[in-house]
Design a protein around this ligand. Structure first.
Ligand SMILES: *Cc1c(COP(=O)(O)O)cnc(C)c1O
Length: 427
């Protein structure tokens, strides 16, 4: 498409957007009595209007049924999570049996590493991207130490080439091949939180398996953002949070994927709890853990129903949208438009004030662009915030902007970019 930097063009794109009605399903924070321009769905997705109603409904069941709510009502709590699975399975490219929702993300990463990081003295290394989200770094380090290994030796980080910011798939594969005999686990994010780079998960999985390692992904920035095919890619496990692109509320419930090929592997360790017990026998309260077949067998504790209700409010909107395919198509357009506008502003300024470090190739990114400001970065970010443009800041000099196809418009993107230009002139 040929883009233009003017308001008319942006408004025309919005009129032609078949998903534009979905914007009204969300609540926008206010700035000076107007809806703010929210480009921060990579950090905290907006609240669906319906979330209050979904929560209220569960409060009503609690009021009217009390403990009977586990078995009674339209959607008894005991199996409430099952309603979430069809839409999630579509977003993640899995069967319903291969996923469940539970806990929060870092906890799930630990639980999955209990099962899928099984180092011995020959194979004990974990290969991951340099600059992974800090929580993942801490989780991995502490797992390595827990097994008696030294993180300095056991964690191999794949770094960008000198002078570059993002990774080459080839370099990831080479790192795996170079450590093939010693690698127990390859653990990558789906999309790096800082650069917005979407990794080739299929290629990484294939290389990891060829080396004899297991392969898992943290999809915090990928779930609900880009199309995923976890089952077909043959990933061993994955986890994600629901409060970023999945709009399910601050601290919202996390999800996990376990490939079906691991369902009946008795050698897998797991930290068990009664919520992962065989459903048909859970309430016999017997000795000896007998897991439910599938990802649900990794569940530990009683379902947090209110969190699940918030999750359902958002997933129902994903269903209305027709799933990830039309959303990603619009997301690619919005992101490309933002990229075009930023480059056009650089052209107008006669210098590259804003350097986009997210890959240009749309198969290597989702909705987020990470932008490094050549000067006055913090002042520019503050100017945006003062003018009702909400992005987010990552030290030392990156502004992350994410136009989300569920609720952002071309006009949002246009106005944010114009504000960037004004920020430069005023700083
Ligand atoms: C957002 C994010 C987290 C946050 O984990 P919580 O346990 O939900 O606090 C972890 N890892 C990655 C890659 C993230 O992007």
């Amino acid at each position: 498409m040929i883009y233009q930097r003017n308001l008319n063009f942006a408004q025309e794109q919005d009129e032609q957007d078949a998903l534009r009605h979905l914007r009204s399903e969300f609540l926008f924070p206010r700035h000076n009595n107007q809806a703010a321009i929210y480009l921060c769905g990579n950090s905290l997705g907006l609240q669906p209007h319906s979330a209050k109603h979904y929560i209220q409904q569960q409060l009503n069941y609690w009021e009217h049924y009390a403990v009977e709510g586990w078995f009674n009502g339209e959607a008894p709590w005991l199996s409430y999570h099952k309603q979430l699975l069809p839409v999630l399975a579509g977003l993640l490219g899995t069967s319903e049996k291969e996923i469940t929702v539970m806990n929060s993300l870092t906890i799930n990463l630990h639980l999955l590493m209990v099962s899928f990081y099984k180092p011995d003295h020959k194979r004990y290394k974990i290969i991951m991207e340099a600059g992974a989200f800090p929580s993942d770094q801490y989780a991995v380090e502490s797992q390595v130490r827990f097994h008696g290994f030294n993180p300095k030796d056991a964690i191999i980080e794949v770094s960008p080439r000198p002078g570059e910011v993002t990774l080459h798939t080839q370099d990831i594969i080479e790192a795996i091949e170079d450590n093939a005999d010693e690698t127990a686990l390859v653990l990558f994010s789906g999309i790096n939180y800082y650069t917005g780079q979407l990794f080739d998960m299929q290629a990484i999985t294939k290389a990891g398996h060829k080396a004899g390692a297991l392969v898992g992904f943290d999809l915090a920035h990928a779930a609900g953002n880009v199309a995923l095919k976890l089952h077909d890619w043959d990933a061993d496990f994955a986890c994600w949070c629901s409060y970023k692109y999945l709009n399910s509320g601050p601290g919202g419930i996390s999800g996990v994927f376990v490939h079906e090929k691991h369902f009946d592997n008795p050698k897998l360790n797991r930290f068990a709890g009664w919520w992962g017990y065989r459903r048909d026998k859970q309430f016999l309260m017997q000795q000896g853990f007998d897991p439910e077949m599938g990802a649900q067998g990794w569940s530990v504790s009683t379902s947090p129903i209110i969190l699940m209700a918030m999750h359902k409010a958002s997933l129902d909107i994903f269903e209305k949208a027709g799933g990830i395919k039309p959303l990603r198509a619009k997301g690619d357009q919005l992101t490309a438009y933002l990229e075009f506008l930023i480059n056009d502003i650089n052209r107008e300024c006669g210098e590259e004030i804003f350097r986009i470090i997210t890959p240009k190739n749309i198969s290597e990114r989702g909705s987020q662009l990470s932008v490094i400001c050549a000067r006055d970065a913090k002042a520019i970010f503050n100017y945006l915030a003062e003018n009702g443009i909400i992005g987010d800041w990552r030290e030392p000099d990156v502004i992350r902007l994410s136009p989300v196809p569920l609720y952002n418009s071309f006009t949002d993107v246009y106005q944010a970019a114009e504000c960037l230009l004004k920020a430069v002139s005023s700083s």
